[in-house]
Design a protein around this ligand. Sequence first.
Ligand code: 26W
Length: 821
Amino acid sequence: MQNELLNKERFMQNVKDNLKTLYRRNMDEANPQQIFQAVSYTVKDIIIDQWLATQKAMDEQDPKIVYYLSMEFLMGRALGNNLINIQGYKEVEEALKDIGFDLNVIEDEERDWALGNGGLGRLAACFLDSLATLGYPAYGCGIRYKYGMFRQAIINGYQVEWPDNWLKNGNPFELKRAERAKEVKFGGYVRWENDEHGHSKFIHEGYQSVLAVPYDVPITGYGDYNINTLRIWDAEPMNIFELESFDKGDYQKAVQEQNLAKNLVEVLYPNDNHYAGKELRLKQQYFFVSASIQAAIEKYKKKHDDIRKLYEKAVFQLNDTHPSVTVAELMRILIDEEGLPWDEAWEVTNKTCAYTNHTIMAEALEKWPIELFSRLLPRIYQIVEEINRRFVLEIQKNYPGDSKKIEKMAIIYDGQVKMAHLAIAGSFSVNGVAHLHTEILKKKELKDFYEMMPLKFNNKTNGITQRRFLLHGNHLLADWISDRIGKEWITDLTQLSKLKVYAEDKKAQQEFMNIKYKNKERVAKYILDHNGVSVNPRSIFDIQVKRLHEYKRQLLNILHVMHLYNVIKEHPEMDFYPRTFIFGAKAAAGYRIAKLTIKLINAVADVINNDKSIQNKIKVVFIEDYNVSNAELLFAAADVSEQISTASKEASGTGNMKFMLNGALTIGTLDGANVEIVEEVGIENAFIFGLTADEVIQYEQNGGYNPMDIFNHDQDIRKVLMQLINGFYTPDEPELFRDIYNSLLNTHSTSRADTYFILKDFKEYAHAQKRVEEHYRNQKAWAKSAILNTACAGKFSSDRTIQEYVDDIWKLKKVVVDLDK
Ligand code: 26W
């Protein structure tokens, strides 16, 4: 046994006992879901002691704690990950095998914890894994959505959204903490009174309340005994009562409060990178922020009586602007409840809050109408007004007479509350998530703020956890690596550089490619089972999986596939290396052109996959319901990683890192963290193409790009575009893709044609794809590049990212947990 806590016989006895208590079943009568539950409870039992010990150690050592405030935690599944982290995966796998169960099948019984949309939510989950592994005291603070990210079905080529009732079978890992519930107030009005000393005091009345009830989830760190907590808040009505027994006024209020509680945490907003301005979303934001901050302050006050030193024991990291109300909520508590004067409260707040920016897409910026904000959060609004008044004074002091600065930087302007400006003003740290992204923030998006307060700005290039995306997702490669360089890479990913010596070793190359082949077989089977399409694992697996967004340019990819198909049809004799193009993407439910792009991919897939004449040279596959769990399989099986966003638009990307770690070669633009990936692995081991960020920004500012010129002069592109509107792929609806065609060629009221430079980059992309093919034909050269990609991925561990946050921003000390205490 690797983990001494894990004794095989005792473990299986516990599973049997749990089956009985939970389901009144014996092992031979249990179904896979029941086994999943029983095994999970058994794992939780093991974790609980360590969790308690961590809590005890935290109590004694009283360390500074980071509260990672995030509306999203895209955790994926817990069971396999926990088994990996407590170092019991293989043992439990064997034990289950002995009684005829396959752990993989049992793992598939767990629903993904899809409490997030994409990059931002998954990053939060990776950070929790790294924090626990490194032994830093941390709480993840979020929302226990009843329905997570929708489940995607593809029906007749179209995306259909199904509710994600992830809690249906119960969640064996969570713990309800009713005793820690907090009241959160909405609406009403604020009046002021003089207290006995003649000081004015604000009184909030006529509000509606909900009870925020926390559910705690253990976050296991690898190997060590440190277990952190993810605290997600559920909403319940304050009082459960007999509605009849109230007089009329109370009755109405009681009904409203019940409804508020019911709706509040019902569903995750499925918009990624797009702000919709929904009232309920602002409620969700304030709800989880208020509850989390109250809990943090309560914890602080148990041991300390000087609230002015809160920053010595707590730091609130704001995951994008979604929790920006933290700044004002903390001010409210410090002033109204703790009695601090404004200046002291502001100093505490400013030393306690830090903000991470994850996007420069203009449509993602959160700004709330004053009317809505002040109606929903009257006291918070007052405080934001005062923060704004003082901030504007400061701007004036720095730039006397420059009204443009105020227009651009004020927190409240033109009828709106700007959440990014609030976060920047209220934080001591503002960071971007990749070097290029941070530079764009400083030079462009947040230029004025950077000029006024340069010291706040810093970069923290994203990372990913190798425990989930290599050790769990790719057992074969993980074992191969450990056989060569030992297991240290599991907690120190820079160790992977020791693999460089194998890059030119023939045997190692062979083995590496064999592992890739086996992982491709696994995905081929998944595709056969789910799509009914048979794909050849000897073909190049070329994969683009991420949210569907125009800036990510899935359209560029599929247009290029259409072009290749045209070429093969015209030159059937041509030597073409077989390729499987795999897509996976969810589109926000209201994002028309994104949904149409999904239909296009599926329409192209239908035609190409069924065309016998091309002899399986191309296959196109759309993976339904792309999520964390099937992602793990896909990264392991990729030869080519598609990272083709319009340069300057992708803040960092993290999928790019997961592919690299698993030995895929990147075809991509110099965007986000791709830049740093190429720095690490060398440009000769990637396929870089397209406009640079500077060039894109130049065109955006000065014009000079007209896609029609390309349309007029490039026959290949013209042919492909014509096929969007002549029924080539959808004979029954010839004009189905007219809107996509128009988006590329017609100037709209809101933007230039081809906003994302798809036609501009097309030729270079096609050429880069040719280089991919040539490189792949030389299996040794490819294997060398693939090994080097894995070997050079060390920088991209979220362990490194977290250590940087700790050193530069959070200033935390590790907790030492002694299990025998
Ligand atoms: C208000 C709607 C909304 C919802 C989500 C706006 C913005 C978001 C997120 C900030 C979008 C997001 O997930 N951004 C991604 O963050 C990742 C982690 O830093 C980066 O790797 C991705 O490049 C970035 O798109």
